[in-house]
Ligand binder design. Structure first.
Ligand code: TYD
Ligand code: MG
Length: 453
């Protein structure tokens, strides 16, 4: 017989603990753990009273889907999956100061110009401040309605009568639900406010865009459940010192996830970058040791980006492994494969890896480009300037072909590259003007390119 023991569940992250405590070990939230008693009747939770019959409908429909609204900011429309879906709830997360308010004010003006009645609610800035920014962005005359308010009850009552097509809430952390007894920005408040706003969006067919600040750990502050509640989660990323900004869809119920939009922060706000490869490579100088061009795919679009490595001797027993724009675990794996399968150790060497332009790459297809950058830096020997590199490395040291090879090669050819180092077995893809150097494994690549191994 099952034991009748209570469990303690965190209301924020859902982690189950053996006993109650004030702070959830899994997500760090305070006072979120509640006791749950198991049912005494086993699985009979719904025993007894019969429920009402719900109506079932056909999947097939003659009705056309409601039209999407285009902001005509192409980079934004593409990340949204082809414009804004009526009644959708969108979360835009990002570090403070990265440009979320700027982007959304520009988007508000464009959506308003496209005929969508738009309300911008700022909980962080006074209306005068928002107006001043709009003027700086040249959007002073845009037909956007403004409010500086944090009381969600008042905001929702106003929206019920105003009935706009789009509401922007900047930010969800400043919103305050009067029936919830905790401070604005707390997990309970953020969750309650997001729930109210998403419910409103669905009930009234009004699109709602929520701005969310990101914590140091890189998650949207407040409960992860906000991410589950909304239809799209977009992250606005970039390095502070860089002018490039990347809007990335990490979840999208109406389009492909992993799509990116590239922007440049200028004195007059964000401008779209329609050809990111050219921009990412524009800062590239003469071919140098440790620099390799990776032909990647971001969402539906090929993007060429420079991967830079620096390898330097260190007296430290624990050499540094520093990565910007790529996964640290994946770097460790590639260093291990180089050592175990090709006999190239990195002991006693500091390793720095950087993806130029502030882009974050998640594709395993970058493995070979990273290995090439590391080797090129270690051997102090440049990879030929007209060459792009891509391919996935397996733990055995074998190279695996990657998807969308033709797209990668075409983009490289368009940008003036003439050869590509790729895994063998690429199903005979060929692009005029591109010479393919096919490699079966990492050891062959090392021998061929650097004459070591
Ligand atoms: P902001 O949109 O306020 O960031 P967030 O809402 O994500 O906190 O942007 C703040 C930064 O953007 C600020 O450091 C100044 C810079 N910026 C420009 O470079 N050009 C501009 O036209 C604007 C409006 C801001
Ligand atoms: Mg802001």
């Amino acid at each position: 017989m099952a034991k009748n023991i209570s469990t303690f569940t965190c209301a924020d992250c859902g982690a189950v603990h053996a006993r109650w405590s004030g702070r959830c070990d899994a997500c760090g939230a305070w006072n979120s753990i509640t006791e749950e008693r198991p049912l005494t009747q086993g699985s009979g939770a719904l025993k007894g009273k019969r429920g009402a019959t719900i109506s079932l409908v056909d999947l097939a429909t003659e009705e056309a889907p409601p039209p999407r609204t285009m902001s005509k900011i192409q980079e934004l429309d593409r990340v949204l999956g082809g414009g804004l879906v009526p009644g959708s709830a969108i979360l835009v997360g990002g570090d403070p100061g990265i440009g979320k308010s700027t982007l959304l004010l520009q988007a508000a003006a464009r959506f308003a110009a496209a005929g969508l009645a738009t309300v911008y609610v700022s909980g962080e800035e006074a209306s005068a401040q928002v107006r001043m920014r709009a003027q700086r962005l040249g959007l002073g005359q845009a037909p956007v309605r403004l409010a500086a308010e944090t009381n969600l009850r008042d905001i929702l009552s106003t929206l019920e009568t105003e009935r706009p097509g789009l509401v922007i809430i900047d930010s969800i952390q400043t919103m305050w639900v009067d029936s919830v007894e905790s401070a604005p920005g707390s997990v309970a408040q953020v969750r309650a406010a997001a729930h109210e706003l998403v419910t409103f969006a669905k009930r009234r067919g009004v699109s709602v865009i929520l701005v969310g600040h990101v914590t140091k750990e890189g998650q949207i502050a407040g409960p992860r459940v906000v991410e589950h509640m909304v239809d799209c989660v977009l992250y606005f990323e970039g390095e502070r010192g860089h002018q490039f900004r990347i809007l990335r869809a990490v979840k999208n119920r109406f389009g492909p996830a992993d799509e990116i939009g590239v922007f440049e922060m200028t004195g007059a706000g964000l401008s779209e970058v329609l050809n990111p490869s050219a921009l990412f490579l524009s800062e590239r100088g003469q071919p140098a040791a440790g620099s390799v061009v990776f032909a990647g795919i971001e969402g539906t679009r090929p993007v060429l980006v420079e991967i830079q490595a620096l390898v330097a001797p260190t007296p430290q027993a624990q050499p540094r492994r520093s990565v910007v724009g790529w996964d640290g675990g994946r770097l460790a794996m590639i260093l291990a494969v180089l050592e175990a399968r090709c006999g190239i150790p990195f002991t006693g060497l500091d390793v720095y890896l950087n993806v130029a332009g502030g882009l974050k790459i998640g594709e395993p297809a970058a493995d070979l480009a990273v290995a090439a950058a590391l080797l090129s830096a270690r051997e102090d020997s440049a990879v030929p300037a007209e060459t792009v590199v891509f391919g996935e490395i397996s733990l055995s040291g074998a190279l695996r072909p990657v998807g969308q090879m033709e797209n990668r090669l075409k983009e490289a050819q368009k940008l003036g590259f003439s050869s590509a180092i790729v895994p063998a077995g690429g199903k005979g893809v060929s692009v005029p003007g591109m010479t393919l150097v096919e490699m079966p494994d990492l050891a062959a690549f090392v021998g061929e390119t650097f004459g070591a191994g």
